[in-house]
Design a binder for this molecule. Structure first.
Ligand SMILES: Cc1cc2nc3c(=O)[nH]c(=O)nc-3n(C[C@H](O)[C@H](O)[C@H](O)COP(=O)(O)OP(=O)(O)OC[C@H]3O[C@@H](n4cnc5c(N)ncnc54)[C@H](O)[C@@H]3O)c2cc1C
Ligand code: SF4
Length: 327
């Protein structure tokens, strides 16, 4: 595979960047760790690449006046792992960022790119013209599907959402800001992702002429216990086989509010309202934990080769809930 020819522009302002986003063949370049592979492997086409590297407004981590945090989309994943404010107020985010890829990729890859990266299904990344590329079938359905999803496919496409950071941000109830030529819009991260049943060729609601500019975290609540656990096939860098982001509020020893989001489970970061319901109002004892972990997987729809994910999720969720109960 060879890299196609394209024009490369480095706008100095956000307005200038948006003015370049005039067609579907124009691509946004953040750190390039995913984009360049997609171009080389012919997954994405590009006539023009718009670099965001000159837009200093999109970098950095700053407290908001409301007591939350604003993270610019061009902030690197490495900066998230090193930020004192993130480590102290949103520790699960620091944890998830430290689980992303390798140190080199964390230094180059940005949080915006991490949230917008393309899926890792090997048919999609390979030379198969599958549904997500505009073809007429899903090759994973009767193929090598051991790393594919157990929720949310609607029998259409079985990718798993690849980001470790998105599930944690969702557990913290983060929102994203998006800028286009005419409007700026903010929406909960939960509404940013698109299921195959809504649109199989898209992963997010972003339009081709829009830029994700920042991620907004609400104030961290005192007594909130949060964590991210990731299980991978190999010890070295790898995407999640299964993961869980937890954000639990307690009053005395009872859970008053729970946000639970799974990774490696579905085409989008998968909020498990079943687990949330099983935890809310309860003491986090062994019975509650067992029930919550059971509820987590009772609606799973495994394929031929990924049934192992059911017991993997069950066991991992149990362990992580027991750990947070002792925290
Ligand atoms: C070998 C390898 C291993 C990896 N392992 C993991 C892992 O374990 N966990 C994990 O979470 N991730 C993993 N990743 C993904 C990695 O984190 C992402 O590649 C990286 O975060 C993307 O950031 P980037 O800035 O390089 O994005 P780019 O490659 O520049 O962009 C990625 C995509 O997002 C779009 N985009 C980027 N920024 C914006 C924006 N602000 N607005 C709109 N669209 C935008 C681009 O157009 C492109 O389509 C891995 C990647 C590689 C190559
Ligand atoms: S799971 Fe989705 S991306 Fe993979 S082959 Fe099937 S349709 Fe394509």
């Amino acid at each position: 595979m060879v890299m196609p020819n394209f024009a490369y522009v480095l706008p100095k302002s956000l307005k200038g960047a948006i003015q370049h986003l005039t067609s579907k063949d124009v691509r946004i370049h953040a750190g390039g760790t995913d984009l360049l592979g997609c171009l080389r492997d012919d997954i994405l086409e590009a006539k023009k690449i718009v670099s965001l590297s000159q837009l200093s407004d999109l970098r950095g981590i700053r407290p908001t006046t409301e007591g939350g945090l604003r993270i610019g989309a061009m902030t690197t994943v490495g900066e998230l792992t090193a930020s004192k404010i993130i480590l102290s107020r949103y520790p699960a985010l620091a944890r998830a960022a430290s689980e992303v890829a390798s140190p080199q990729l964390r230094n180059q890859g940005t949080i915006g790119g991490n949230l917008c990266q393309k899926p890792r299904c090997w048919y999609y990344r390979g030379e198969f013209h599958c549904l997500r590329k505009g073809g007429d079938r899903c090759y994973a359905l009767n193929g090598e599907n051991q790393f594919h999803c157990i929720f949310g496919s609607s029998g259409i496409c079985y990718i798993v959402h690849p980001s470790d950071i998105a599930p944690v941000l969702m557990a913290y109830e983060a929102s994203v800001r998006i800028i286009g030529p005419k409007v700026t819009r903010s929406l909960p991260l939960e509404k940013f992702y698109v299921l195959p049943s809504d649109e199989v060729r898209k992963e997010t609601v972003l339009k081709p002429n829009e830029i994700l500019t920042e991620i907004l975290l609400p104030p961290s609540i005192q007594g909130l216990r949060s964590s991210y656990r990731k299980v991978r096939a190999r010890r070295s860098w790898d995407f999640a086989l299964a993961g869980v982001a937890l954000a639990l509020q307690f009053r005395e020893d009872r859970v008053t509010k729970a946000r639970v989001v799974l990774s490696g489970a579905a085409p989008i970061p998968w909020r498990s309202k079943g687990i949330e319901g099983a935890l809310t109002g309860k003491q986090l004892d062994a019975d509650t934990v067992t029930q919550a972990a059971e509820v987590a997987v009772n609606k799973a729809e495994p394929l031929d080769q990924n049934g192992y994910k059911i017991s993997l999720f069950r066991g991992m969720i149990e362990e992580e809930l027991l750990a947070i109960a002792k925290a």
